[in-house]
Design a protein around this ligand. Sequence first.
Ligand code: HSE
Length: 442
Amino acid sequence: MSEPLTLGIAGLGTVGGGLVDLIHQNGKHISSILGREIRIAGVSAKAKSEAQREGLANAVFFSDAVALAKDPSIAIFVELIGGEGGIAKASVEAALNAKKHVVTANKALLATHGVELAQLAEKNGVALYFEAAVAGAIPVIKTLREALSANKIKRVYGILNGTCNFILTQMQNEKRPFADVLKEAQALGYAEADPTFDIGGFDTAHKLAILTSLAFGTKVALDQIHIEGIQSITQADIEATDSLGYRIKLLGVARETESGIEARVSPALVYKDSAIAEVSGVTNAVAIDADFAGNILLVGAGAGAKPTASAVASDIIDIGFGFIMPPFVTPSANLKAHKRAKLDEHYGSYYVRLTLHDKPGAMASIAKAMGDREISLESIVQHRHVTPPAPGAAAHPAQHSPATVIIITHETTEESMRKALETIEKDGKVTERPQMIRIEEL
Ligand code: HSE
């Protein structure tokens, strides 16, 4: 056997711990694949006590991740610290400058500094691999970088955040309110430390920024992604869309249009019988529409110690075989600028929920606002809210309580929808902001 393949692992949290366990458990299997021993030569963590675990008996502890990154004893630096800057960025840069290969699970770092880090890796002739940064165990980076590299990608989309999918699934199955299910997701450890990151769509946007670059050969451009979270989704939306044959999913979608790349994160309606509607709980799914390969759907665990460690280890094995590609397939010098498509030009159907003052003419003014913008309605349903009279009180007429109106439109432009809803709000016929959700044709 030749020289061992030596690793320096920075960060021993959920993913770092999972990787140590994987190498402890499957190290012999990996060594037999590589034809040489795989060895954790050094680790770094916030506290030395974190390194007191099985599998690390022979690993040297470094209190400074940058020192570990540069240490001559390691061939691959594995960054599992997280965060878009700080020590994570400094240690990755140090490793690349020291001509060490880097494997990372850090979506925020790549979404923010991906291009400059790719340039650094290419300049130093080393790998910068990140299978674990998007959708955990799902091999979507390798699918785009390797298996589909000869294809022109038309669209990439998916459920990229387990926390949001868990919340929407529980709201659907258990008829519980958003805030209640969010608390459960936090208690189960699915949500990021700051759950806004998940429910506000930012975690999905980081992952989509990386996928967009790989799919379309463009520079990573987090700031060009339109981001909406799931905070505005109510039980009323879940129930109304269910009765119309849809499920609500937080989707990241990137597609090439005539005016540029439309990249957006937002709740979307998908048909109940579509494959993606079936993806429930914390499971992730990524779909790719490719010109020669056709449509591909990958489904699996998007987070957690074991699935994420599996993805990290697969990158380590690639490097162990000497398989080095530019991080974003296209050499960074050839990555195109990301030209953002105008979302106003998005053409599709929409779901709208309005809460109307139940007064004569209210519905007519809604229909007029839509008609004036050439928006054709596919269906319109009004639910009357009947508040039961207080015990002992006389029954009151229900026509003055607000009514919920659910509209499904035919295909139209986002600009028309936005302007029609602005008019409806200005007309003062609604008691709260209209809810508008795109219907995604899959
Ligand atoms: N908080 C993330 C999720 C973890 O819920 O999917 C993986 O990025």
